[in-house]
Design a protein around this ligand. Structure first.
Ligand code: ACM
Length: 267
């Protein structure tokens, strides 16, 4: 048995393009949060539904020197927590749909979304960072972003790297992810924290995207420890024992990762 760890998410409604407003909201809410790991949604301070490449360039930020990462570093230091949060990252001519990991001692790392969804493919370069797990002391935390859930390889890759917890910033519009994360956690014996947003965007005459809320924390045994409502803001923090994710034996005969047969899986 290990140490109890407080993990959770902030589910809220991002106002498109109003980065300062969104960062102020995040700052105010996290002043109330007593957590060791706090996950924020995908593109949490920029908004989601871009209508031009120019707009993406304008809202994308360098990492770790941009305004969003700097603000998150400040909050993490003041509140003594690790934060995982999505933002549009600009690197030269490329924009990535990224998530940063920041802790009480500063910037830790950045993950660039591997599997881009729908019109994201117009604006963003497919992530080239690969999947990473960061040891934050109390636990090993892996990061994937939203639609990465649709590819079980994402969570599996993080589990094979030793993740205890998958931090999953999201802007979900399709209904299946919250239930599917139960399976992702079961088949990898990991915790997950999915932070989704609420509200909707219908910019530039595009079809309205309605974000489904239902942020959640799921256990390695597939138990939903908490699931947020669909339409209301929610800051939830639950206590977990990350050591539960390190017990990969399913019974006396089966060990989850040891019993894989990669030679038979092809590429
Ligand atoms: C998504 O990947 N934002 C659905």
């Amino acid at each position: 048995k290990g140490d109890i760890m407080r993990v959770g998410y902030l589910q809220f409604d991002t106002v498109f393009g109003e980065v300062a407003h969104n960062l102020d909201l995040i700052t105010a809410r996290l002043e109330e949060a007593e957590a060791d790991l706090l996950v924020l949604p995908e593109l949490c301070a920029s908004g989601y539904q871009f209508v031009s490449q120019e707009e993406v360039f304008r809202l994308a930020e360098p990492v770790p020197d941009g305004a969003t990462t700097k603000r998150l570093v400040e909050i993490a230091a003041r509140r003594g927590m690790t934060i995982v949060a999505g933002l549009p990252e600009r690197d030269g001519r490329h924009c990535f749909n990224s998530a940063v990991v920041v802790g009480p001692r500063g910037f830790i790392g950045c993950y660039r979304k591997t599997h881009l969804f729908f019109e994201e493919t117009l604006w963003f370069t497919p992530g080239d960072s690969g999947f990473h797990v960061w040891d934050i002391g109390m636990a090993k935390v892996g990061v994937m972003i939203c639609f990465d859930w649709y590819y079980p390889e994402s969570a599996r890759t993080l589990a094979l790297q030793g993740a205890d917890i998958i931090a999953h910033p999201s802007n979900l519009v399709l209904p299946h992810c919250p239930d599917s994360m139960v399976t992702r956690c079961l088949e990898n014996r990991v915790f997950s924290v999915t932070a989704n947003r609420i509200g909707s965007e219908a910019r530039g005459g595009k079809d309205r995207l309605t974000f489904i809320g239902m942020s959640e924390v799921v256990s390695p045994r597939g138990r939903i420890l908490h699931r947020a409502p669909r339409e209301t803001e929610d800051l939830t923090i639950v206590e977990i024992d990350p050591a539960e994710a390190r017990i990969k034996a399913l019974n006396d005969y089966n060990d989850l990762l040891r019993d894989r047969r990669p030679a038979l899986y092809g590429d």
